[in-house]
Design a protein around this ligand. Structure first.
Ligand code: HEM
Length: 424
């Protein structure tokens, strides 16, 4: 059941029981609800936009981090590479700067922070922690509750440090923490304000953590799915590389302006977002009043999750949904009156506020990687079937790839040049 006018309206709101509450993340964009949510979300989105979030002006800041990644991967050509945490820095470095005014200098510390958070936050959807919170209190070790309570402290402490920095160092460039601090100061005498003293402070810290952590995990995971599928469908990878080499060549860095001339690349990105459904569900939401939708009656206080994975894997909309086939997004039928639903970032008031940033960074990274490298499935390892991929991925708030390693090769050596010589 899906209708944006019901789902995205005021009639549903974020549920008060939420795994994030266990982290003391009860404030911020992702986990608050009602009036405080809309105030904080609007404030955050408006100010992030004024800082260039998701805009083309981010390009010169993100590209050097991508180049650094390409350089470091160059040293691994010929090896079997695990890409699990390779993308954290290019995805988050500039974002962290916009959020806090600082660059990520100690990359190892941030990688460790994210790795420990990753372990605790992404409890499988079947874990009792989601549905039987009382059980987790009885068995905190077994159910992962201990991790959940302890692991976020590294990031919490880092955000606290950034807040202090911004309060004392006026030379830091404009950033979201600084803007929040000004608003908190402005509303010092207004107890009803969502920015008032501790309330404002909690919203600020929660928002920084929500944005940073969600970006790091959702993007890293999407890129991992992309490389995994491209290695399993080498002809698709070659077609993608051909378009990149034809439009951009092998030396120039990609620019967001190139996308308009790269329909196949766009289709590959869409197909990755569809088949992976990195974010398989919407956030937990709850009806705030009785709702009648078509023949269904949904009483007030019912928890609802939109099944985005189900929408993207419905064979009526996407025939043979487990096949990775970017052509389905090039098909003329897409431009018919009612193209199949495509909602990787959800829809409605609570849809993903990071989607433009996500699409742009996905494009820059995917193109930069496939321009230089070829990603091959190790011939000595059996290729996973689509059933295997479905069964072995960890489904949580995000849908994570099973563990895999790919053989990294040079694009020039193994890509178009090889095909050209074969043709000659
Ligand atoms: C490919 C990458 C991404 C995907 C597929 C994705 C998808 C989603 C989805 C499905 C939701 C839930 C919407 C709902 O409950 O209806 C969401 C929420 C959210 N996303 Fe993303 N996202 C991605 C990247 C990002 C990035 C890069 C950021 C930040 C920089 C971000 C920040 C957020 C936040 C803060 C929310 C909560 C919004 C709210 O409740 O008001 N996401 N995202």
């Amino acid at each position: 059941m899906w209708r944006s006018e019901v789902y995205g309206s005021y009639e549903v709101d974020v549920n008060t029981y939420n795994i994030f509450l266990l982290y003391n993340y009860s404030q911020g964009t992702l986990t608050s609800h009602g009036d405080s949510w809309s105030t904080i979300r609007n404030f955050t989105v408006k100010n992030l936009s004024s800082l260039g979030f998701g805009k083309k002006c981010m390009e010169p800041f993100i590209l050097p981090d991508i180049e650094e990644l390409v350089d470091s991967l160059s040293k691994e050509v010929g090896n079997r590479v695990d890409f699990k945490d390779k993308f954290y820095t290019p995805v988050t470095n500039h974002l962290w700067n916009i959020l806090t005014g600082e660059e990520i200098r100690d990359k190892k510390f941030f990688r460790e922070t994210l790795t420990s958070l990753h372990r605790s936050l992404w409890q499988p959807i079947g874990n009792s922690i989601w549905f039987l919170p009382w059980l987790t209190e009885l068995f905190p070790g077994l159910t992962g509750l201990n991790w959940i309570k302890n692991d976020p402290s590294l990031l919490h402490n880092e955000v606290k440090r950034q807040t202090k920095n911004n309060a004392s160092d006026s030379s830091l460039n404009e950033n979201l923490v600084k803007i929040f601090l000004k608003e908190i100061q402005k509303t010092e005498g207004d107890e009803g304000s969502h920015f008032h003293k501790n309330k404002g402070d909690n919203h600020m810290k929660g928002t920084i953590i929500n944005f940073y952590f969600t970006a790091a995990e959702a993007m890293t995971n999407t890129l991992n799915w992309a490389l995994l599928y491209l290695s399993l469908y080498p002809e698709t990878q070659e077609k993608l590389a051909d378009e990149i080499l034809a439009v951009i060549g092998s030396e120039r860095s990609p620019s967001l302006e190139d996308l308009i001339n790269m329909p196949y690349t766009k289709a590959v990105m869409q197909e990755v977002l569809r088949i992976s459904s990195t974010s398989p569900f919407s956030n937990f939401q709850m009806t705030t009043q009785d709702v009648t939708f078509e023949t269904y009656f949904i009483p007030k206080n019912t928890i609802i999750l939109a099944n985005l994975y189900g929408i993207h894997h419905d064979p009526n909309s996407y025939p043979e949904p487990e096949i990775f086939n970017p052509d389905r997004f090039l098909d003329e039928t897409r431009s018919r009156d009612a193209p199949p639903p495509f909602l990787p970032f959800s829809v409605g008031l609570r849809s993903c506020p990071g989607q433009t940033f996500a699409r742009n960074v996905f494009f820059l990274l995917l193109v930069s990687l496939c321009q230089k490298f070829e990603f091959r499935w190790d011939p000595n390892v059996e290729k996973p079937s689509s059933d295997f991929l479905t069964e072995k991925c960890n489904v949580s708030f995000l849908r994570f790839t099973p563990k895999f390693k790919l053989v990294l090769g040079w694009r020039e050596k193994f890509g178009s040049i090889r095909r050209m010589s074969a043709a000659a």
